[in-house]
Ligand binder design. Structure first.
Ligand code: GZL
Length: 327
């Protein structure tokens, strides 16, 4: 890829109706180009506090790094993501990055980027591709491990409870790697105690609204309330808490709640004893993405996989941690 060719990163491909946010910062310090690196980012949506924090981290890190960022929000549409990536190719950006809404269906557009000689950084969620050379590196969490952490918390919480323990699960977007892998990690971990059973599981798309309606549906359909809720993210857990309380039950007491992400709102609920444990999933990927883009432009080799640091929190720790939450 030529580093010196003229480019108009703000030129949009014909017909891209997707909202664009273009940031142009002062000349970047990479030196090699003598002009700001142009990064095209396809963001999957704005469905959750995690996602909004992720977008903010990318925008702030791009400005800090002196890069020209074009961020396009696809609002959960893979078709719009593909359209955005195609527009980045057309406007000859230096680097493309994206957070794929679902795992499948990316091979063709990634081949187009490769043919155009534009490197791609995969962020947040994984993709199913035969040829891993279609992206330079994958910067994102280990969702299977997050499911394992949730399962281990439950095994510990229920160690003195003979069972049966009935669990309901609010899953994330169907076909997304966090939903697939968190669910699998959780199931593989609790399998050591067959009396812990998932009696209902349904997708609620990582949103507060669907978390509330699906949880209300679970409570209506179950003769007895479940003892445990495993929510694949905080927004669904927070919606479920409203449904649980509207059913006259005590979240965190009548129903143990385990969630994933680690947003401030979840910590506030955990400090009130309404969520029992939160597995952290770090959305602040912006600095790592910009560093990777710079190193790519400097011709350096990157590791195929870069995972952010993450912890597990319980209600005992919530009160002193809540003010540390950045999102
Ligand atoms: C995880 C991310 C998930 C979050 C949700 O990395 O893809 O999507 O857990 C978000 O909050 O909607």
């Amino acid at each position: 890829m030529s580093a010196g060719s003229s480019r108009d990163p703000t030129a949009s491909a014909a017909g891209t109706a997707v909202p664009r946010e273009i940031q142009t910062a002062p000349p970047d310090d990479s030196g090699k180009l003598g002009r700001p690196i142009v990064l095209g980012f396809s963001q999957l949506g704005s469905e959750s506090d995690w996602r909004r924090a992720n977008t903010k981290s990318i925008q702030e890190a791009a400005a800090e790094a002196g890069m020209t960022l074009t961020l396009e929000n696809a609002e959960q549409s893979q078709e719009k993501q593909i359209e955005a990536i195609r527009s980045f190719i057309k406007s000859k950006v230096d680097v493309i990055a994206f957070a794929p809404v679902i795992q499948s269906g990316w091979e063709p557009i990634l081949k187009e980027a490769k043919q155009a000689g534009i490197p791609v950084i995969l962020t947040d969620r994984a993709v199913d591709v035969q040829d891993s050379s279609l992206y330079v590196t994958f910067i994102g969490s280990d969702f299977y491990e997050e499911g394992v952490k949730a399962g281990k918390y439950l095994l510990d919480k229920m160690r003195d409870k003979p069972g049966p323990v009935r669990i309901v699960e609010l899953a994330g977007t169907v076909g997304s790697s966090p939903s697939i892998d968190r669910g699998q990690g959780f199931r593989d971990t609790i399998a050591s105690r067959p009396e812990l059973t998932i009696v209902r599981s349904a997708p609620a798309d990582f949103t507060f609204e669907k978390g509330k309606t699906v949880m209300a549906d679970f409570l209506r359909k179950e003769k007895e309330p479940p003892q445990v809720l495993f929510a694949h993210n905080d927004d669904m857990a927070l919606g479920a808490i409203e449904a649980i309380e509207e059913a006259g039950l005590k979240p965190g007491k009548d129903i143990v709640i385990i969630s994933v992400d680690g947003t401030r709102k979840a910590f506030e609920m955990m400090a009130k004893g309404k969520i029992n444990s939160v597995v952290e999933c770090n959305p602040l990927l912006g600095p790592m993405i910009m560093q990777a883009a710079k190193e790519i432009m400097q011709g350096r080799t990157l590791p195929k996989r870069i995972a952010p640091p993450e912890s597990v929190f319980t209600e005992e720790m919530a009160a002193k941690e809540v003010d540390n939450r950045k999102y």
